[in-house]
Design a protein around this ligand. Structure first.
Ligand SMILES: Cc1cc2nc3c(=O)[nH]c(=O)nc-3n(C[C@H](O)[C@H](O)[C@H](O)COP(=O)(O)O)c2cc1C
Length: 371
């Protein structure tokens, strides 16, 4: 089989990618206590860039301490993190990969034990599973401070040499909480039914994302690449559909988004069973916004699966868990040694060779990666 399409360069107006492969953002719970990237984590990311993956997304970095959702989460929340961010960007860039810093705020998923305060969210509403802490509905001031913190975080990414930033608008965290009717029950201009003349309710639920993009653009200028990661649908009947996600993207993209990253656990799945057979949410988004470069992801391990994504007209394909387990994915595909792509870790020695940080070993057991 010819996999050369995976290795074709892609030229966008603001940057060139050496190939179509992206390392999906994956939290490693291995930062230092102050939120800086640890040497282990930097080595792990750098090793995947060295293999030849064209784009490396960092794990989710909290933009403000109030958004920390994971133990040992990395951050980009203040200038004390500049050195750590520079070291991370350099370690990726030196291998010719494009580096994106993923900027995140956990919203109702933040934990008081890390942040020292009650979680902040659009409304005092727990997450879908009900297992989050009860958050406090954000005040107008807190909303603007959070927007400002995203902009400052993006400024730090630019200052320290990251090629671009990715806004974490997916996986039920704060940006998604503002968009979702399930978690945004506000009745003001950040979510309510009272709308400005000529606007609809989605304008309100998209306002947080729009203001963040505007603030980031003011901070980093027009030419700095910004990706937006979105979950294409919510399984909850009170949540949003792929059609809603498309409407949101159509509203926010013109504010300055360069790439859309559709966050699926399974690229082919449609949780709400509401789109045509044979298609999938990522494909629907690409069809609705054909002018936008898209990254698809979810359950892709082998090169023929990655190729299927590109053949649907999606420009980039992200690999997550498989890149934890295989550090030579690109080399093996290029040399035709596909059968030896590793899908589990058999020993402690193998884990060390894969540069998987110590703490991530425990964390990723949840994902059945390490026996
Ligand atoms: C251990 C782990 C950590 C993750 N952390 C993040 C994260 O920090 N940010 C994010 O947007 N997605 C995160 N994800 C989701 C992945 O980026 C990806 O979308 C998901 O794993 C599906 O792709 P895969 O099947 O190739 O792993 C994480 C997934 C895993 C397994």
């Amino acid at each position: 089989m010819d996999f050369s399409k995976l290795f074709e360069p892609a030229k966008l107006p603001k940057l060139t990618f050496k190939n179509r492969l992206v390392m999906a953002p994956m939290t490693t719970v291995s930062g230092e206590l102050d939120g800086s990237f640890s040497a282990q984590e930097i080595k792990y990311l750098s090793q995947r860039a060295e293999d030849g993956i064209g784009t490396i997304m960092t794990p989710a970095c909290y933009s403000h301490k109030s958004g920390q959702a994971f133990e040992r989460q990395v951050g980009c929340a203040d200038d004390s993190m500049l050195d750590s961010l520079s070291r991370t960007a350099d370690a990726i860039n030196k291998h010719g990969a494009v580096s994106f810093l993923q900027i995140h705020h956990g919203g109702n998923a933040a934990k008081e034990i890390y942040t020292g305060q009650k979680p902040l969210a659009p409304s005092a509403c727990k997450n879908r599973t009900g297992n989050s802490e009860l958050p406090q509905a954000m005040t107008e001031d807190q909303i603007w401070q959070t927007i400002e913190s995203f902009a400052k975080a993006a400024g730090r990414a630019k200052q320290t040499g990251f090629t671009g930033v990715e806004l974490h608008g997916a996986n039920t965290y704060l940006l998604q909480q503002f968009f979702s009717p399930f978690t945004n029950k506000r009745n003001d201009l950040w979510g309510g039914d009272v709308v400005l003349p000529g606007r609809n309710r989605l304008e309100n639920r998209s306002r947080f994302a729009r203001e963040i993009i505007k603030a980031i653009r003011a901070e980093v200028g027009e030419n700095y690449p910004i990706a937006y990661r979105i979950s294409p649908e919510e399984s909850d009947p009170f949540g949003y559909s792929t059609k809603d996600a498309i409407d949101l993207l159509k509203i926010i993209v013109p504010y300055g988004i360069d790439i859309i990253h559709v966050s699926s656990w399974d690229y082919h799945a449609n949780l709400r069973n509401d789109i045509p057979n044979g298609t999938n949410p990522t494909y629907m988004i690409k069809s609705a916004l054909p002018y936008m470069p898209i990254i698809g992801v979810g359950g892709i391990e082998k090169p023929h699966q990655a190729l299927e994504v590109l053949e649907q007209g999606i420009e980039f394909v992200a690999l997550g868990k498989i890149l934890m387990l295989e550090k030579d994915w690109v080399k093996k595909v290029m040399s035709g040694d596909i059968d030896s792509i590793q899908t589990k870790i058999n020993s402690e020695q193998e884990r060390q060779q894969l540069a998987i940080p110590d703490r991530m070993k425990e964390y990723s057991k949840k994902f059945f990666l390490i026996k």
